[in-house]
Design a protein around this ligand. Structure first.
Ligand code: PHE
Length: 525
């Protein structure tokens, strides 16, 4: 009797384990290509009977934590040297009482209420990232992060009839999709695409455009005349109230305003809903790692002053403030940001130091503003999501949690590059003033009221990070690739050594790759 596909997969799953099931599904075309990368964590059994190797890990950010966690599970001895007084690196949740002095000399102390926080670094996790696997494994509770909300705003300054207006995403989408569909349906129907499409193709395309853009039929000239998708001036209601929609914005203004230019953000591989955040702050991940690894393995406040390959292993010189100490170990995993790693005195060969210097650190900034009234819910009926603008604040995030609570903390700006650096150059008080002035353009006077606290971060101006994430001039010209192999007994790891830069996932998969390579070397001896 012929096996059903399900029976076959079930059998493969039983005999071969989940990994085999997965690759079989892939071979059958049942999954998409880019699934979570395979990782066989080293196990304690494999190490049995071998001398216990000691690995010193530079940096207790996500790459360092992942490395220590996986090595520790397998029975390696690990020591983490971390310059900050906390785990996580850029995974940083600012709460009431958090104090930070930046490289510009500003000291901020967050005055957020209990339960309120700003994820100053990572704030969102896509479904396919291994970050969620670690949340599951470490018992970190997660909740949805609202990365897209039809009722959040798009705001564009300019000189069209849409400029300087807060327009709901749904309204902008209705008009952009509507006009694009009208134009394409007309062009198709008039024969402009006859060299590309058969009569059947044309019919199918016009059929699609009818529902995609909510346009009229051929008799109606495929006209887009607006729809309830835009939202209502008078909402549909009880009895005879059918609702009133406003007319679409003029076609030329819709495109000239650029109001559609942010739609593609949510198409991104890493930015599409569903997305998640840990309940209580992103740093729940870092502290869960710290607990699982064992607090006694961490040396906080430890600045690395030197790193050397030796004939038998590695030597690290570090200081916690008083006198320098030397730590000898069998191996090192260096997870420092590359531009910082390049400044540590070492006996690394010159081409490796140049490879570290090849990374270009960028900048990002955020401000958390705590309000004593959730006006975005009460006055705008916005429950989470992102308002995007062409102002220098760029993005604002409404909280994805605490709905209908008394307070809430908005991300008043999340920007990168020159915008981030412009805000970063200001004093924290001036950043706040500017954020409020800009945000008021979008939300009105309410934006400056009922404010309880604020805290801003400028990643380029933050010690031990000195940037948000790096870019490489190339990841294929051989320079970057030098850091993927160990140099003697020194391995490198971090999101910068992945194709998921600026994601915790990148740090985790890079750490896993280095742990696997290190373990193979140990096993081969
Ligand atoms: N991961 C970061 C974020 O989600 C940076 C990033 C932005 C990465 C956009 C890719 C795309 O904000």
């Amino acid at each position: 009797m012929a096996q059903t596909r399900r029976q076959f997969l079930h059998q493969v799953g039983i005999t071969g384990g989940a990994g085999v099931l997965y690759s079989t599904m892939g071979a059958l075309g049942l999954t998409t290509a880019a699934e979570t990368p395979a990782f066989a964590a080293p196990t304690r059994n494999e190490l049995n009977g071998r001398g216990r190797k000691h690995v010193v890990i530079l940096g207790a950010g996500i790459a360092g934590l992942t490395s220590a966690y996986e090595l520790g599970k397998a029975g390696y001895k690990v020591t983490l040297l971390e310059a900050r007084q906390r785990p996580g690196g850029r995974n940083w949740t600012v709460r009431g009482g958090t104090e930070e002095k930046d490289l510009h000399g500003n000291t901020q102390r967050a005055g957020f209420s209990k339960g309120q926080y700003l994820n100053a670094g990572p704030g969102r996790i896509p479904q396919h990232h291994v970050t969620l696997d670690y949340c599951r494994e470490l018992g970190v509770a997660i909740e949805p992060f609202v990365n897209q909300n039809a009722d959040a705003y798009l705001y564009r300054e300019g000189s069209t009839s849409l400029s300087g207006k807060a327009i709901r995403h749904r309204t902008a989408k209705a008009d952009v999709y509507g006009y694009v569909s009208e134009l394409l349906a007309k062009a198709t129907d008039q024969g402009a695409l006859d060299s590309l499409l058969t009569a059947t193709d044309k019919e199918a395309l016009i059929g699609f455009l009818g529902s995609f853009g909510a346009i009229g039929n051929k008799t109606a000239g495929f006209a887009y005349t607006g729809t309830g998708r835009r939202g209502y001036e008078v909402e549909p209601g009880a009895g005879l109230e059918g609702g009133t929609t406003a007319s679409p914005y003029p076609l030329a203004d819709v495109f000239a305003s650029g109001v559609g230019n942010y739609f593609s953000f949510e198409f991104g591989w890493d930015q599409a809903m569903m997305m998640f955040q840990p309940v209580g702050g992103m740093d729940r991940i870092s502290y869960a790692f710290e607990r699982a690894i064992g607090r006694e393995k961490f040396v906080y406040g430890a600045k690395v002053l030197g790193l050397r390959n030796t004939s038998s292993g590695v030597s690290v010189v570090y200081s916690t403030g008083t006198h320098p100490r030397e730590l000898k170990a069998d191996y090192a995993i260096n997870t420092l940001p590359p531009h910082i790693a390049a400044t540590v005195p070492s006996n690394l060969p010159a081409d490796i130091v140049s490879a570290l210097q090849y990374a270009r650190p960028g900048n990002a900034g955020k401000i958390g503003i705590e309000y004593g009234r959730r006006w975005w819910e009460l006055d705008h009926r916005i429950y989470g999501g992102i308002t995007n603008s062409n102002l220098d604040l760029v993005n604002m995030w409404y909280p994805s949690t605490g709905f209908h609570g008394e307070r809430g903390t908005m991300v008043g700006y999340y920007n990168t590059g020159a915008n981030a650096t412009a805000y970063g150059a200001l004093s924290p008080a001036a950043r706040f003033q500017r954020a409020v002035a800009q945000g008021t353009k979008i939300h009105g006077e309410m934006y400056g009221k009922d404010i309880l606290a604020s805290f801003s971060v400028d990643w380029a101006g933050t010690e031990y990070s000195r940037g948000s994430w790096v870019g490489w001039p190339s990841q294929t010209d051989g320079v970057y690739a030098k850091l993927l192999d160990p140099t003697g007994n020194i391995y490198f790891a971090g999101d910068h050594l992945s194709h998921a830069i600026a994601w915790q996932h990148g740090a985790m998969v890079s750490a896993r790759a280095s742990v696997s390579a290190l373990h193979s070397k140990v096993m081969s001896r």
